[in-house]
Design a protein around this ligand. Structure first.
Ligand code: SAH
Length: 348
C-alpha cells in the first residue's frame, strides 16, 4: 500500500513546500496540509480546504502514516498511561504519557529496539533494532493526545532507542513538532537523552537548538562505566565530559545528567568525588534515578537513604542535584522498563 510512496508526515515544512512545488503546486498549500496532519488527519479526503484534484494527486503520490494502539495501561497511582503502538510493518513501540502539575509530558521512542546494550536497561534488542521515521516518532504524540484527550506540553526523547543513533530522523521530527504551523511545541519544552555518542553531540551543538540535552552518565569512572555501558569503550568519560563542556560553550544551554543509582556500582564515595572533580564550577544538573529493577537483571537499586546521602554530598560540594520521581510504577512505565514483556510474542 505504501510502497514507493512519499511518507508525507515525515516531511518538515521546507521539505513539504519543496515537494508541493515539485508537483506544480503553490508553496502555501504546504501550510494547509501540514496543519491537517498535525490535527491527526487520517486521509487526504478530510482536507476540505484543498481541491479534490490535488487530494487525488496527493493520494497517488503519498501516504499518511498511522500507528495503531495495541494496548493501553493506565496507572492507578498517578494516571500515567503506557501505550503500545503497532507500526505499519508490525513492529511495536512504547510511549508513556505522564501528568505533572505543570502539564502533560510524553516520553517517546526513537527506535524499535536499541543497539546500545546498557546492562541495566530492558530495551536492548541488537539484531532487530530499526530506526523510526520522523512520522513514526511524531505519531506517538498525535495518537496519545487524540486518545487521551490530554494536550502534550513537554516531550522527552527517553523511550526506547538511542536518539543520536537515528540522528537525521530525530532532527526532522524536532523541526516538525516545533513548527509554528503545526503542534508547535517549543524546543525549550523538549529534552533529548543520549548515552553519549560524542561525534553526534558535536553535530547537534552546531544546530544551536534550544532543547535540553540530557546525558546518561550513570558513572564517572571508566572501569565501572564500561562494564554497564558498552558505548564507554568507544567514547570514555573524559571525552564525553569534554563534549558536554564544548556543547555548553557553543549553545549556552545547561546540560542535564542522568545518574542511575546502582547498588555497589555507581553509588560509592569515590564516584561522588569524581563527579565533583569533573563538574565543579560547571552549570550541570545531576538527576539521580533510583535504578528500576528489570526482570532477570542482577543489578539492584541503591537504598533511598543512601541516595539522599549521595545527593546531599554533591549539593554540599556545589553540584545541583535532584532525585527523579518515578511515575507509573504499577505498569512498568519507568525508565529502562519499556519493551520487554511483549517482545517474545512479536512476530518479527
Ligand atoms: N538511549 C538514550 C535514551 C534512553 S533514555 C539514553 O541512553 O539516554 C532512558 C534513560 O533511562 C536513560 O538515562 C537510561 O540510561 C535510563 N535507564 C535505562 N534503564 C534504566 C533502569 N533500569 N533504571 C533507571 N534508569 C534506566
Amino acid at each position: 500500500m505504501t510502497e514507493n510512496k512519499v511518507c508525507i508526515k515525515s516531511l518538515t515544512m521546507p521539505k513539504l513546500e519543496e515537494f508541493l512545488v515539485s508537483m506544480g503546486e503553490p508553496k502555501y498549500r504546504a501550510k494547509q496540509i501540514f496543519k491537517w496532519l498535525s490535527q491527526n488527519a487520517k486521509s487526504f479526503d478530510e482536507m476540505s480546504d484543498i481541491s479534490k484534484k490535488l487530494r487525488e494527486k496527493l493520494n497517488e503520490a503519498c501516504y499518511i502514516n498511522d500507528v495503531k494502539i495495541v494496548s493501553k495501561q493506565v496507572s492507578k497511582l498517578d494516571g500515567t498511561i503506557k501505550y503500545l503502538f503497532e507500526l505499519q510493518d508490525g513492529n511495536c513501540i512504547e510511549t508513556v504519557l505522564m501528568q505533572y502539575e505543570h502539564g502533560n509530558s510524553i516520553c517517546i521512542s526513537t527506535q524499535a529496539g536499541c543497539k546500545m546494550g546498557c546492562a541495566f536497561c530492558a530495551s536492548f534488542d541488537k539484531g532487530r533494532t530499526r530506526n523510526l521515521t520522523p512520522a513514526e516518532i511524531y505519531d506517538q504524540i498525535l495518537s496519545a493526545q487524540y486518545d487521551s484527550g490530554r494536550k502534550v506540553s513537554n516531550i522527552v526523547l527517553m523511550g526506547t532507542g538511542e536518539p543520536l543513533d537515528n540522528y537525521d530522523n530525530v532532527i526532522d521530527f524536532l523541526r516538525i513538532i516545533s513548527d509554528e504551523n503545526g503542534v508547535n511545541i517549543g524546543m525549550r519544552h523538549i529534552s533529548l537523552s543520549t548515552c553519549g555518542i560524542v561525534p553526534k553531540i558535536y553535530e547537534l551543538a552546531k544546530l544551536k537548538l534550544q532543547l535540553t540535552l540530557s546525558i546518561s552518565l550513570h558513572c564517572p569512572i571508566n572501569e565501572i562505566r564500561s562494564t554497564i555501558m558498552p558505548i564507554n569503550k568507544s567514547y570514555n568519560v573524559e571525552t564525553l565530559i569534554k563534549a558536554c563542556k564544548d556543547y555548553f560553550k557553543t549553545t549556552g544551554r545547561r546540560i542535564s545528567f542522568e545518574y542511575a543509582m546502582i547498588d555497589g556500582k555507581t553509588d560509592s564515595k569515590e564516584c561522588a568525588d569524581k563527579l565533583i572533580e569533573f563538574f565543579k564550577g560547571f552549570p550541570a544538573h545531576m538527576n539521580l534515578i533510583p535504578l528500576n529493577h528489570v526482570e532477570g537483571s542482577p543489578l539492584e537499586p541503591t537504598p533511598m537513604k543512601k541516595i539522599k546521602q549521595f545527593q546531599n554530598y554533591l549539593i554540599k560540594n556545589g553540584i545541583n542535584t535532584t532525585i527523579r520521581r518515578s511515575l507509573g510504577g504499577d505498569i512498568s512505565a519507568s525508565c529502562g522498563q519499556l519493551r520487554k514483556k511483549y517482545i517474545e510474542g512479536e512476530s518479527r
